[in-house]
Design a protein around this ligand. Structure first.
Ligand code: AOF
Ligand code: ZN
Length: 364
C-alpha cells in the first residue's frame, strides 16, 4: 500500500479519534475525501443518532466528491438505522474508490456496505491500517460480538507491586503526568467502575478532569449497600449517572440511596458478592461498550479470577514500599508459579517518571 494511501487513512484515523468515548453505542469513525491529491473533505462521527463520518466528509467535499478517493476507518453502512446508508450516499456522490480500514462487526452491515459499493462499480480496498482502526473501537467490536463491555483494569502501584502502605496510605503513588493520563482514559471509556471500599476510603468523584473530556457513567460495586449517603459523588453536578450495583435486599437502604440521585441496580449474587459477570451483562444491555475498572483490590481480584479483564494498564511508580502493604488483587492467588495468568501483547511506555505497562491477560 502506497505511502499516500497510508497518510490519508492516518488522517481519517485522527478524525475518528476525536469521537472516541463519545459515540457509544456507535463506533468512532473518521473519513477523508481526496481529489487529485488534495483533501477536499473530512469528518468524524460525533454522537449516536447524528450523521455518520462519511456524511460530514461528503457535505464538505460537495461536487468535488465525484471521481474522488474516500478513506474511511470503518466499512460504510448499508442500512437505514437512525440515519440513511452511507454506502448509498457515496454511490450517489459518484466517488471512484473507497479505502476501508476494517469490516463493520455490526452483523446488520458486515460486508453488505462493501458489496453495495462494489455492485455500483466502485473500487473497494479493505484492510488499510486495520489494526489502528480496531484499537479505536475495542469496546464497539467486543460489544457487537458478545453484547458485553470491553474491560480495562487500571492500577497504579509501586515497583514492588503495592497499591498502599501497610497503614493504608496511597496518596499518591504515581506523579502528575500519569494521573493526567488516567483522566484522559476516563474520558475515552463509557463507564468507570470501583468497589465501595474505594468510595469509603478515598471519597472520589470519578470524573474526567481534562479539557473537552466527557464524564463516564460511574458504577460502584457495593454488595451490601455500604456506600455512605454523604459520599462526594452524590453531590456531583454531571451529566453522567451514578449506578450502585448491589445484591442487598434492604429496601429502606435502597430507597435512601435512590433518594441521593443514584440508580440502584440489583444484581445476581455469587458467593455473597455481586456477580460481576451478570453486572457486565446488564451494563452491556444498556449500551455500555467499555468499562474502566479502577480498583480496589477486592473488585480487581474478583474480576481477574472470573476472567473478565480484557486489558491491564499498570502505572508503575519508581518507588518501593516494602513490608506488608496492600497488593493489587485480593483473594486467593494461584498456588504455583506455573499456574500464573500470563499477559500477551505487552507494551511499555514512559510517562513522566512512571512506567505504563500494558497487556492482555490470556484466558484459559
Ligand atoms: C456510526 N458512525 O460514522 C459509521 C457507522 O443507527 P445508525 O444509523 O447511526 O447506525 C449505526 C451503525 O452504523 C453502527 O452500528 C455501525 O455499524 C454503522 N457505521 N456508525 O455511528 C459512523 N460509519
Ligand atoms: Zn453510515
Amino acid at each position: 500500500m502506497s505511502a499516500t494511501h497510508q497518510k490519508m487513512m492516518r488522517m481519517a484515523l485522527a478524525e475518528a479519534r476525536k469521537g472516541v468515548g463519545k459515540t457509544a453505542p456507535n463506533p468512532a469513525v473518521g473519513c477523508v475525501i481526496v481529489k487529485d491529491g488534495a483533501v477536499v473533505g473530512k469528518g468524524w462521527h460525533k454522537k449516536a443518532g447524528t450523521p455518520h463520518a462519511e456524511v460530514h466528509a461528503l457535505r464538505a467535499a460537495g461536487e468535488k466528491a465525484e471521481g474522488s478517493d474516500v478513506y474511511v476507518t470503518l466499512e460504510p453502512c448499508s442500512h437505514f438505522g437512525k440515519t440513511p446508508p452511507c454506502a448509498k450516499a457515496l454511490i450517489e456522490a459518484r466517488v471512484a474508490r473507497v479505502f476501508v480500514a476494517m469490516v463493520d462487526p455490526n452483523p446488520v452491515v458486515s460486508g453488505n456496505g462493501i458489496r453495495m459499493l462494489e455492485e455500483a462499480g466502485i473500487e473497494v480496498e479493505v484492510g488499510l491500517l486495520e489494526a489502528e482502526s480496531r484499537e479505536l473501537n475495542l469496546g464497539f467490536i467486543k460489544w457487537m460480538q458478545t453484547k458485553r463491555p470491553y474491560v480495562v483494569l487500571k492500577s497504579a502501584m509501586t515497583l514492588d507491586g503495592k497499591t498502599a502502605t501497610a497503614g493504608g496510605d496511597s496518596k499518591w503513588i504515581t506523579a502528575d503526568a500519569a494521573r493526567r493520563e488516567v483522566h484522559r482514559l476516563r474520558g475515552k471509556l463509557d463507564a468507570i467502575m470501583v468497589g465501595v471500599g474505594t468510595v469509603i476510603k478515598d471519597d472520589p468523584l470519578l470524573t474526567c478532569r481534562v479539557p473537552g473530556g466527557k464524564d463516564p457513567l460511574r458504577v460502584i460495586v457495593d454488595s451490601t449497600l455500604r456506600v455512605p449517603l454523604h459520599a462526594a459523588l452524590f453531590s456531583l453536578k454531571s451529566e453522567a449517572k451514578t449506578v450502585i450495583a448491589t445484591c442487598s435486599g434492604n429496601l429502606a437502604r435502597i430507597d435512601a440511596v435512590r433518594a441521593r440521585g443514584a440508580e440502584v441496580l440489583v444484581c445476581r449474587q455469587k458467593e455473597g458478592r455481586v456477580d460481576l459477570e451478570h453486572l457486565f451483562e446488564r451494563l452491556g444491555e444498556r449500551g455500555v461498550q467499555s468499562v474502566l475498572l479502577e480498583g480496589g483490590h477486592h473488585l480487581a481480584g474478583g474480576a481477574l479470577r472470573a476472567g473478565l479483564i480484557d486489558r491491564c494498564k499498570f502505572f508503575l511508580a519508581p518507588k518501593l514500599v516494602g513490608g506488608a502493604g496492600t497488593g493489587l488483587f485480593a483473594g486467593e492467588g494461584v498456588p504455583l508459579m506455573a499456574d500464573a495468568i500470563r499477559l500477551e501483547g505487552m507494551t511499555v511506555k514512559k510517562i513522566g517518571a512512571d512506567l505504563l505497562v500494558e497487556g492482555r491477560p490470556t484466558k484459559n
